[in-house]
Design a protein around this ligand. Structure first.
Ligand code: AMP
Ligand code: ZN
Length: 137
């Protein structure tokens, strides 16, 4: 039996509350329910993080997320919806099986994601961009 908790959920070996599935993804309720209607979309074939997804999985997650997000919107009428996805411990990932959070949002709901902006000059941006662009060459 896998020691990955989401693989075990996908295999039906431990309970989950499912809302949607297709060939490549499973959507189920996050136990934490930051706000009512908080859903996770996980890939069915184990991938630890974004970097391990193949193109078919990546497309399937995008499609499922869009469909489930609309269903959450229609069911719960939130004021907003955040899409959250963590890769690696430093990024806040706690379950190392790729998943996307769909989080219904409301004004002053206590969920905070703050980041210290640096606003570097354009030449610094160009240098950063060139480092990334080179990887596509
Ligand atoms: P992350 O920090 O993005 O890795 O978040 C992992 C999420 O998985 C958390 O929001 C947990 O509440 C959720 N979670 C952990 N175990 C389960 C489980 N057995 N069923 C549903 N959600 C879970
Ligand atoms: Zn897994």
């Amino acid at each position: 039996m896998s020691d990955c908790i989401f693989c075990r959920i996908i295999a039906g070996q431990i309970p989950s509350t499912r809302v949607f599935e297709d060939e490549h993804t499973l959507a189920f309720m996050d136990l934490g329910q930051v706000n009512p209607g908080h859903v996770l979309i996980a890939v069915k074939k184990h991938a630890a993080n974004l970097f391990e997804l193949d193109d078919v999985q990546a497309a399937a997650v995008a499609r499922a997320s869009t469909r489930v997000a609309r269903a959450i919107r229609d069911a719960f009428k939130p004021e907003g919806l955040s899409v959250y996805q963590a890769n690696g411990k430093a990024a806040g990932q706690t379950v190392f099986h790729y998943h996307v959070h769909l989080l219904p949002r409301h004004e002053a709901d206590g969920m905070e994601l703050t980041w210290p902006v640096k606003n570097p000059p354009r030449e610094i941006l160009e240098g950063y961009a060139e480092r990334i662009r080179k990887k596509f060459a």
